[in-house]
Design a protein around this ligand. Structure first.
Ligand code: FE2
Length: 161
């Protein structure tokens, strides 16, 4: 993959591994972003306005993290692979179901996908630390805290006391 010279003191081969890790999380996050918007647009039912607004807020948070992940890849001398087509071909998330309508269906589908991203992001914290990049590890740590919170907001709709 294309890379650029930089004075950053992380060895080139380790930087390349971190950049690949960042691009993988970028693809998954971009895919999730578009899926949340899909839910935002198509949700129906008595809780429409609450879920419509919640999904938009969650999409905005994921969009913010996408920007940070992509810019970390370029800061490390890498090429951010952030087009919709790149994300679609590299994402590990399943495609969003086409036939969902109820709020519960959408909350369930999004919860599954947030849970998948939470898991890989938490793994990326350790993987980037092991590569000697505390900066990227810290970035993923902040992101996983947001994702954990988003998953709570979603799952609270499915849980009852
Ligand atoms: Fe909207």
């Amino acid at each position: 993959m294309q890379s650029f010279s930089t004075r950053i003191d992380i060895p080139a081969e380790k930087r390349a591994s971190v950049i690949a890790l960042l691009n993988q999380q970028l693809a998954d996050s971009f895919d999730l972003f578009s899926q949340i918007k899909q839910a935002h647009w198509n949700v129906k039912g008595p809780h429409f306005i609450a879920l419509h607004e919640l999904f938009d807020k969650l999409a905005e948070e994921v969009e913010d993290s996408i920007d940070e992940i992509a810019e970390r890849a370029t800061a490390l001398g890498g090429l951010a692979q952030g087009t919709a087509r790149q994300a679609a071909s590299a994402s590990r998330l399943p495609e969003y179901p086409a036939t969902l309508a109820t709020g519960r269906d959408h909350v369930g589908a999004l919860s599954d996908r947030f849970a998948a991203l939470v898991k890989t992001t938490r793994a990326a914290i350790d993987a980037s630390a092991a590569l000697g990049d505390a900066g990227t590890s810290d970035l993923f740590t902040g992101i996983v805290r947001e994702l954990d919170k988003a998953l709570w907001f979603l799952e609270a709709h499915l849980q009852s006391a």
